[in-house]
Design a protein around this ligand. Structure first.
Ligand code: BDR
Ligand code: CA
Length: 317
């Protein structure tokens, strides 16, 4: 049976590609999308989620969430994802608005209505998740699993120490890692390995309108490099990362990633290390709060993603 997920995201080029994958994948039942400010402001992340859902002809509720981090000023990344957040994709504005209500209510109500059935996947700053945890203390015990794209055991991208989703709201991330559940951390350790390189782009190029109107323009307008995101490009080889897709692909096919248990603490105060996910693999099992993705089957990842994309591409024409 397909795994139900809620995708909490900040589209964002790679979030948009993750939404497309979640909609396309027969092993995933995308029961809702919730949005958070991150790569661009909340109005744009919400509109972008709706634009992608409508482009794909899907029926997935989109609920808007937090417009700013818990304590800090927003740290938008329009210079990476394009001014509107979808790189070079020129999808029409959405015809519908988001559902009424707040993302944190959608998350808690949906998860609590079906305990043990819904996996929560977060691919943006963790503001909505931290607020949902403070509203509903049964959340950690009620999800099927909790998976994030964020953090890293080995490096950063917005700074040498910190990955964007954690750096954008470290206080929220600290709440989330301390909540008593196991956070599966799909971080830069693996996402910088699964690059859309030239051969992958050639395969994507076969996907008709999905490629021409969404995937390729998104990737072309994604400058995942430069001073503010140093380390994203180049170090792991040629090609463009699709970070957020890795987290959803893990839910669909867990064997794509190799994970190790660890204790993660989020640095909120460091002068040079704010937003760092300090990862300790040496602690005893009872002290672990996370599963860290440390290995990825890159050919298997792309075969999985492109097979699912091919299915919706056929429907789109
Ligand atoms: C993460 O940061 C965002 O810019 C991307 O959407 C991804 O979620 C990668 O560091
Ligand atoms: Ca994201």
């Amino acid at each position: 049976m397909a795994q139900k997920i809620i995708l909490d995201c900040d589209p964002g080029v790679d979030d948009a590609l993750a939404i497309a994958f979640a909609i396309a994948c027969p092993d995933i039942d995308l029961v809702g999308i919730t949005t958070v400010a991150g790569n661009v402001g909340l109005d744009k992340t919400t509109a972008n989620a709706l634009r992608v859902v409508e482009f794909l002809g899907a029926d997935v509720p989109v609920t808007a969430g937090s417009a700013a981090p818990l304590l800090r000023q927003p740290m938008p990344a329009g210079h990476v994802h394009g001014e509107d957040g979808l790189g070079g994709a020129a999808l029409p504005p959405p015809t519908a608005g988001p559902r009424p209500g707040h993302a944190i209510d959608f998350i808690t109500d949906t998860v609590l209505a079906a305990p043990g059935e819904v996996t929560l996947v977060a691919t943006g700053p963790l503001t909505n998740i931290a607020l949902a945890l403070s509203r509903e203390r049964r959340l950690p015990g009620s999800v099927s699993d909790f998976v994030i794209m964020g953090g890293s055991a080995s490096r950063g991208n917005v700074t040498p120490a910190a990955e964007f989703n954690i750096a954008a709201d470290p206080e929220a991330a600290a709440v989330v890692f301390a909540a008593g559940w196991t956070v599966t951390m799909v971080g830069l350790d693996v996402t910088l390995q699964a690059l859309a390189d030239r051969p992958v782009l050639a395969r994507i190029g076969q996907l008709g309108r999905l490629a021409d109107e969404l995937v390729l323009p998104c990737l072309r307008g994604y400058s995942d490099g430069g001073p503010a995101h140093s380390g994203r490009r180049g170090r792991a080889g040629d090609g463009t990362p699709v970070h957020d897709v890795c987290a959803v692909a893990y839910v669909a096919v867990p064997s794509l990633l190799g994970c190790l248990p660890a204790r993660v603490e989020v640095e909120t105060a460091g002068r040079w290390t704010s937003g760092m996910t300090v990862t300790d693999f040496r602690v005893p099992p009872e002290a672990c709060n996370a599963l860290i993705a440390t290995a990825i089957d890159v050919p298997g990842f792309w075969d999985t993603v492109l097979a699912c994309y091919a299915d919706i591409a056929r429907a789109l024409g």
